[in-house]
Design a protein around this ligand. Structure first.
Ligand code: G3P
Ligand code: MG
Length: 243
């Protein structure tokens, strides 16, 4: 089983920052999951929420700020971590991919397109073009709760792996995913059953489940045969998967 740090090593470091990605990498995990939105001037940036309020000292929506303006906000997330960390900038996807390319030849990344609440026009193409420009097509999985957007991605870039994110669950998910020519099912751990994993396996579909933080759950999903566990604690994941 592969282990992916959810928003980086978000259990211990400010989520979706370069610090969280570096710390995830240092655990020896296989890769990370991160969330991408578009700034006002069309730059793909890494942040989970549509608004900057929860994880930075700014206020308002990402789509209303240029990337230059967003860079002033501090994402060291003091509500959760007090003053434990120095200033952390919102990373751009370009900055992240440059780091990923330089840090390892094998580290993988699940880029989640956050285009279910605001349909950021052109987000898919911008992300795909950027992944191709870095030559990272074989180390990326694109996913979204907006399953139509993922079908679009697959049409635009058949060489890049894709996954359908599902908030609750769907019957016989292997057939649902396979019929759309998508590669992975990305279910919520709370609703995942062994039958769902079996359905995926029977249809040649991998399961990348989120968010698996407890060692007991990590061992359970590994025994079920999932491809990857996405966890806030990649250190625990590595221990469960390799120990
Ligand atoms: O991609 C897996 C997981 O991150 C989906 O939910 O809300 O944490 O982005 P969320
Ligand atoms: Mg996510």
């Amino acid at each position: 089983m592969k282990v992916l740090g959810h928003r980086g090593y978000s259990g211990e470091y400010p989520e979706n920052t370069m610090l969280a990605f570096q710390k995830a990498f240092e655990t020896g995990c296989d890769g990370v999951e991160l969330d991408v939105q578009l700034s006002k001037d069309g730059i793909p940036v890494i942040m989970h929420d549509e608004a900057v309020d929860r994880t930075s000292d700014g206020k308002g929506l990402i789509k209303d700020y240029t990337y230059r303006e967003l860079c002033r906000f501090n994402c060291s997330y003091p509500d959760k971590f007090k003053d434990a960390f120095d200033f952390q900038k919102i990373p751009s996807l370009e900055e992240y991919l440059a780091w990923m390319k330089q840090v390892s030849h094998t580290f993988v990344t699940n880029i989640e397109l956050k285009n279910s609440i605001y349909y950021y026009g052109g987000l898919e193409k911008k992300v795909i073009d950027m992944v191709r420009s870095f030559g990272l097509e074989d180390r990326i999985i694109l996913s979204s709760f907006n399953n139509a957007s993922i079908v679009n991605c697959k049409l635009m870039a058949p060489e890049i792996q894709t996954g359908f994110l599902i908030e609750t669950c769907i019957g016989n998910p292997g057939v649902y995913v396979r019929e759309q020519m998508v590669d992975f099912y990305h279910p919520n751990l709370k609703y995942l059953t062994q039958e769902h994993v079996t359905s995926c396996m029977e249809n040649g579909i991998g399961v990348n489940v989120w968010t698996v933080n407890e060692e007991e759950d990590l061992r359970k999903v590994e025994a079920w045969g999932v491809q990857a566990a996405i966890t806030n604690f990649p250190d625990r994941g590595v221990k469960a998967a390799k120990g």
